[in-house]
Design a protein around this ligand. Structure first.
Ligand SMILES: [Zn+2]
Length: 62
């Protein structure tokens, strides 16, 4: 069983209803933000970078 009390990777909220991406949790609020943010939004790059870190495990490797 997965631990259902994971913290949201994006905002740190605890949401057992969130989605798990590659072992990291994203709460529904952040998931909606990602889905609704268009490429012209200033936040888009920030979200995109965070999701990329999750999906491709691009944690700083120096
Ligand atoms: Zn969140």
């Amino acid at each position: 069983m997965e631990n259902s009390n994971k913290l949201c990777f994006m905002c740190g909220a605890i949401d057992s209803d969130g989605i798990i991406l590659n072992g990291e949790m994203i709460c529904r609020a952040c998931e909606e933000k990602i889905v609704r943010t268009s490429a012209s939004d200033p936040e888009y790059d920030d979200y995109k970078d965070k999701v990329k870190v999750i999906l491709f495990d691009e944690h700083a490797k120096c």
